[in-house]
Design a protein around this ligand. Structure first.
Ligand SMILES: Nc1ncnc2c1ncn2[C@@H]1O[C@H](COP(=O)(O)OP(=O)(O)OP(=O)(O)O)[C@@H](O)[C@H]1O
Length: 745
């Protein structure tokens, strides 16, 4: 049995711990009076004994040690030598057997990391000479009442985060005594990992995720288990292969283990092509993995991506903002897309503007910003949703040393506010600001993970310059050797990786298949249309050109035709009259097709990166597409009006039995352009870059000309193909208005 010395009792300082399990059961509080106490199920190893019963079995034989330090106690995992099976956590940070954690009155430590399966240890320390502090409300009884949850300060359980709606959810009791949750929010509610659609029954022990908050129902008590401001990330055994052009496997990430504590600022460095971006995308859950897992607070990120999606911010290497919007507009539209409609968007944008220090440039167009300012706008877009886990891929590239320092300090401040920051960079000037440095070598080998200051010692770099680590690890053999040396070094691998690696919980986590958080179709459609419209009118020259090109072409044709009058038959002996009329109609069709393609071919590909990033948050495909077709539809309607007007002015109007000539031309030209923008948008979604989009223009136009049935008589397969051409239908419709067969003498 452990020898536990007895201390003198200080009467005016009383310390105790109370335990609560996941069923809401509690034990009589344990008073702490001796210099050392041990808590556990085994009476041979502990003096504070937890019963050997079902709901307490998570507690180890010796779960925790309490050692007096000043007037308070320091808690250690296990017996201060060997860690316990389910480990101890404070705000999702691991408490180790060696370092422990100094407790303060009201601190809550958990055994195990999964909220639905942990045991809570609450430490109380009263000082008779000091008035007791008012504690923040963390639980509420939901028995026999309707409980409102939301950002509203008057809600029964107010939860404050930008992604939470003012009136987010209601919990009621039904006649069978069950608790029913009704979702009223924009960003949704997850009960036991499943998204609630409308209403859901919440059984005892359920976890409820609302924005960053995790609530747990214990009996009739709804308790805040986690405020989400502390996310621990455990990467285990990450391995990624790709195939080269000969089909051979190449390893680009090899057995990477990384335990990252909440609020840590982690910097990933390494030579070009060593797998930094791959590692980041893997940690983020968007890169495929051949082996390994990434866990956030003990839950598999990939299986629970929906739940964590709104807690993650990601600034990729490329820019994710529209160049033709002002900084304020970028933030405003991004806030509209990711935040509930009842939030004060101006206030949120203002807050972020100050955070990224761009208040003075708020009305500047993004395209007129410097590289560093542009990066800060991308960061601002992500900061709007107040992410708790923030990934940034080279945001400091191309910045001058002063800006680099400012950016690193900003990131450090963000991590000090409880966010976990993971940054890929090539700039090592201000690397000492980070808490953990990851050095990747060729082939995705983990050569170092630990405090930045110790990296220089580990690699034996005399110059004290981080850049020399790159030189040191230039060849592959050296990388292999150093990776092996790091793995076997107890001062590094053991201390910074092994000690912190937490075994996956034995409790199975319910799978939630990846699904998007749904925002109303009309809401997204309206925001996207507004933004798209704003982007279009920001480029008046382009709009002007797209409006006048086709009318100018038609005017040119009128000049070329000189005194010839198509459509109205004047000379009975002229055999070329019908052909001339058909040619003119064909030019009208070509103008409409040209206008449609030119307006749409680049529309998706030119903002593909922004689209991909927004899709990761909650952008839906349908409202996005409909907004494109809708706004472009209005544009082609205006274009078709102008074209019809010019036709009306330049050419005599023939008699038409079907529809008035002007109306008929307007409808045909509009439908032709509208069908063409649909074709253009489809092609724009398939191509890989803008150059390919431009190159596809002749490929799309030529068949429309060849198979229109005007230049050549269509037979066989050509006839079949002509049925697929917009031009054939357009010329056909215009021809019916003029009644081409009757023009033939
Ligand atoms: N999908 C893929 N298919 C084939 N090779 C890939 C793929 N993704 C990454 N690679 C290769 O894996 C290696 C690591 O790429 P990654 O972009 O992660 O490196 P990096 O360290 O971020 O590089 P840089 O610092 O130059 O941005 C590179 O050689 C890259 O060409």
């Amino acid at each position: 049995m452990t020898n536990i010395p007895v201390s003198r009792t200080v009467l005016d300082h009383l310390s105790s711990i109370s335990l609560r399990n996941n069923q809401g059961q509690t034990l009589k509080p344990f008073e702490l009076a001796k210099d050392v106490h041990r808590l556990g199920r085994d009476p041979k190893k502990a003096d504070l004994i937890v019963p050997e019963k079902d709901n307490w079995m998570m507690v180890s034989g010796c779960q925790a040690s309490f050692v007096k330090e000043g007037n308070n106690y320091r808690i250690y995992d296990g017996d201060q030598v060997k860690s316990s099976s389910n480990r101890l956590f404070f705000n999702n940070s691991l408490i180790t057997p060696k370092q422990g954690l100094l407790l303060q009155d009201g601190m809550v430590v958990t055994v195990g990391t999964l909220a639905r399966n942990h045991i809570i240890i609450t430490y109380s320390h009263t000082n008779a000479n000091q008035p007791s502090k008012k504690k923040q409300k963390t639980a509420i009884s939901i028995k026999n009442k309707s409980v409102s949850i939301g950002r509203n300060p008057q809600a029964n359980l107010p939860l404050d985060a930008p992604t939470i709606s003012y009136d987010h959810a209601i919990i009621d009791n039904n006649s069978k005594g069950q608790y029913i949750l009704t979702d009223r929010s924009t960003n949704g509610v997850f009960v036991n990992g499943q998204k609630v659609t409308g209403q859901a029954i919440i059984p005892n022990g359920s976890t409820i995720r609302i924005g960053p908050y995790l609530l747990i129902l214990q009996g009739d008590i709804l308790r805040i288990a986690d405020r989400g401001d502390n996310i621990r990330l455990d990467a285990k055994n990450l391995t990624r292969f790709v195939k080269d052009k000969n089909g051979e496997k190449i390893t680009i990430l090899k057995d990477v283990f990384l335990p990252i504590n909440p609020g840590q600022f982690v910097v990933i460095i390494g030579g070009s092509g060593t797998g930094k971006s791959t590692l980041m995308k893997t940690l983020l859950g968007i890169e495929q993995l051949e082996n390994g897992t990434v866990e956030l607070n003990g839950e598999d990120l990939r299986k629970n991506f929906n739940i964590y999606r709104n807690l993650i911010g990601y600034v990729p290497q490329y820019d994710i903002v529209h160049p033709n919007l002002t900084v304020r507009e970028v933030l405003y539209y991004a806030a509209k897309l990711c935040l509930p409609p009842d939030i004060n968007l101006v206030q949120e944008s203002e807050k972020v503007l100050n955070q990224i220090d761009l208040k003075e440039r708020e009305n500047t167009l993004v395209k007129n910003l410097s590289g560093g300012q542009l990066k800060r706008v991308s960061m601002g877009v992500e900061l709007l949703a107040d992410p708790k886990l923030f990934f940034l891929d080279e945001p400091t590239s191309g910045l001058d040393p002063g800006l680099d320092k400012k950016m690193m300090e900003l990131l450090k401040d963000l991590s000090n506010e409880g966010r976990t920051i993971i940054l890929v960079t090539h700039t090592t000037l201000n690397i000492n600001l980070c808490d953990r440095l990851v050095f990747l070598g060729k082939g995705g080998n983990l050569c170092y993970f630990g405090p930045p200051q110790k990296a220089i010692d580990f690699f034996g770099i005399k110059s004290n310059n981080f850049a020399d680590i790159y030189v040191h690890l230039e060849d592959s053999d050296k990388v292999e050797k150093e990776t092996e040396r790091f793995k076997n070094d107890p001062n590094f691998y053991e201390q910074y990786i092994n000690q912190y690696l937490v075994q996956a919980s034995s409790q199975a986590v319910k799978k939630s298949n990846p699904q998007k958080v749904k925002i109303s179709f009309f809401q997204q459609f309206s925001i996207l249309s507004q933004r798209y419209f704003q982007l279009l009118i920001r480029d008046p020259l382009n709009i002007g050109l797209s409006l006048v090109t086709a009318p100018l072409g038609i005017i040119a044709m009128r000049i070329a035709l000189s005194d010839k009058i198509p459509f109205i038959f004047t000379d009975e002996n002229d055999p070329t009259f019908a052909t001339l009329s058909l040619k003119v109609l064909f030019v009208f069709t070509c103008a409409a097709i040209w206008v449609g393609l030119a307006s749409s071919l680049q529309e998706i590909i030119k903002e593909a990166k922004i689209y991909q990033r927004e899709r990761l948050v909650n952008l839906e495909i349908l409202p996005y597409l409909v907004s494109k077709v809708g706004v472009l539809g209005i544009l082609v309607f205006l274009q078709s009006l102008l074209i019809s007007l010019i036709i009306f002015i330049c050419f005599n109007s023939p008699e038409s039995n079907l529809l008035a000539w002007v109306l008929g031309t307007e409808i045909t030209i509009f439908l032709t352009s509208f069908s063409t923008i649909s074709l253009g948008i489809m092609v724009s979604a398939f191509v890989n870059n803008i150059t390919q989009a431009n190159s596809s223009l002749p490929l799309l136009l030529l068949p429309q000309i060849i198979f229109s049935g005007v230049l050549f008589k269509m037979t066989g397969i050509g006839k079949l193909l002509s049925w697929l051409m917009i031009s054939r239908w357009s010329v056909g419709a215009l021809g019916s208005l003029v009644d081409i067969p009757s023009l033939i003498p």
